[in-house]
Design a protein around this ligand. Structure first.
Ligand code: BGP
Length: 472
């Protein structure tokens, strides 16, 4: 383990800040989603419906309580804190010329608070929350104009925070939209409000993804012009896809399924579409708007590192090769793995496999920017939370990461487990799906004192960081 290893934790603005319409912030796509049905994907509404509960409107009130929360993270010894900037705090509608000063000032205060403790902010530019107006007025990322709006936003924050922030990422889990049967990802990644069975979904997703990839590359180039010291990465969700058996057809199907999820990383690190994607466009008669200037932009804006989230692995079985992108619905349980309460397989070995896979393909430093176990926690009468299940999950994944570093020679820059303080779950809108080292007293309907409590994992992680991963 390197001595400057970036231990820390990760969150996203819309899942914890709250204050959704405070100090000039405009509504984002995340603010339009209710947690009406627990345990399933959140519902997207047209405009905010009175009487419904929108968990992101309140978050855990980090907007006001951040000094307490950052202090707790400092107590754990964080070297870095990954959060996102809420685009709609800076540009409430997304297409303005002038930014919202009150929104910019909030992040001045937040980053200063982190730096006070020697914690480096690590910033995602777009984490599931574009301004809602960009969807209503422009149709989201299906529209090329979004590239210009995103760049203007990126330039504004790169310039403003260039002396406070060194590590950046462009789009959170940009590759999740390949599962276009999930309305949630289509909406949050790309601003495409489509029914899952829309016959145009795949073509629209590919077009939106292309514009995002161009925007990402142009932002990388721009960031380096503003401050050559910046380290700017992409962010992909890494869920390796295994074949169920050694049958060659299963192996080939799994390989092809991997290709359909990870071509984003090819474009962002190698600067061009892989041959199988060009072939896929032809085979399906897709003619996305990809210009020569776009291709040049992709080459000029390759990333400095790969940010990845890792939670679980998928398994598939196929008698025939897939003719379309593989969605989660087409995966099957892996008989060798147990699953979380939310059905996510628990597979630490898959993390070592993933780190090696990414290293083999891209030869770039890797930053694990999300990992963790969503679980229900119980508070005892004396305010303790004995979350040994979370410790066991994280310990096993850190061990797998260490094996990749020490035994396989993979360059891993750091590790920021997801939801280091309990926050609103992105996929379900639930508060009860908790990931944190810090417990936040609030239920799924938004009731609770919001007081913060240290879980057993808080003290465990504090020791992990203090010993640079030696005492697990
Ligand atoms: C990732 C997202 C996060 C996050 C996490 C856990 O996909 O980048 O925003 O929330 O997954 O997912 P969930 O909140 O659905 O449990």
């Amino acid at each position: 383990m390197r001595n400057d290893f970036l231990w820390g934790g990760a969150v996203a603005a819309h899942q914890l800040e709250g204050a959704w319409n405070v100090d000039g912030k405009g509504p984002s796509i995340a603010d339009m989603m209710t947690a009406a049905k627990h345990g399933v994907e959140r519902q997207i509404t047209e405009g905010v419906q009175p009487g419904q509960y929108y968990p992101n409107h309140h978050g855990i009130d980090f907007y006001h309580q951040y000094p307490t929360d950052i202090k707790l993270m400092a107590e754990m010894g964080f070297k870095t804190f990954r959060t996102s900037i809420a685009w709609s705090r800076i540009f409430p509608k997304g297409d303005e010329t002038e930014p919202n000063e009150a929104g910019l000032a909030f992040y001045d205060r937040l980053f200063a608070e982190c730096l006070k403790y020697g914690i480096q902010p690590m910033i995602t530019l777009s984490h599931f929350e574009m301004p809602y107006h960009l969807i209503e007025a422009y149709g989201g990322w299906r529209n090329r104009k979004l590239i210009g709006f995103f760049l203007h936003y990126s330039e504004t924050v790169f310039k403003r925070y260039q002396h406070q922030v060194n590590y950046w990422m462009t789009f959170n889990e940009i590759n999740n939209q390949t599962d276009y049967t999930k309305a949630f990802f289509m909406a949050t990644n790309s601003g495409l409000l489509l029914k899952p069975d829309d016959p145009e979904a795949e073509a629209l997703m590919l077009q939106a993804a292309h514009y995002e990839l161009v925007a990402s590359a142009l932002a990388v180039k721009l960031g380096h012009q503003i401050n050559p010291e910046f380290k700017i990465g992409n962010m992909i969700n890494m869920t390796p896809i295994y074949p169920l058996t050694a049958k060659p057809q299963d192996i080939l199907a799994a390989q092809q399924a991997m290709q359909t999820r990870y071509w984003f990383a090819d474009v962002q690190t190698l600067g061009e579409y892989p041959s199988y994607m060009e072939a896929y466009f032809k085979r399906h008669n897709y003619r996305p708007d990809i210009t020569t200037a776009d291709r040049e932009a992709l080459v000029a804006g390759t990333v400095d590192y790969i940010g990845l989230s890792y939670y679980n692995s998928f398994t598939i079985q196929a008698d025939e090769l897939p003719t379309h992108f593989i969605g989660e619905a087409e995966t099957i349980p892996n008989p060798y793995l147990k699953a979380s309460d939310w059905g996510w397989s628990v597979d630490p070995t898959g993390l070592r496999y993933s780190l090696n896979w990414l290293n083999d393909h891209y030869h770039k430093p890797l930053m694990i920017v999300e990992n963790g176990l969503g679980a229900v926690d119980q508070v005892t009468a004396d305010d303790q939370i004995h979350d040994e299940y979370r410790i066991a999950y994280l310990r096993a994944h850190i061990q797998a990461m260490q094996a990749a570093i020490d035994l396989d020679g993979v360059d891993v820059m750091g590790y920021t487990p997801w939801g280091c303080i309990d926050l609103i779950s992105a996929g379900t809108g639930q508060m009860s799906k908790r990931y944190g080292f810090i417990y936040v007293d609030q239920d799924d309907q938004g009731h609770g004192s919001l007081r913060r409590l240290k879980k057993d994992s808080f003290y465990w992680y504090q020791r992990v960081i203090a010993t640079n991963g030696q005492k697990l």
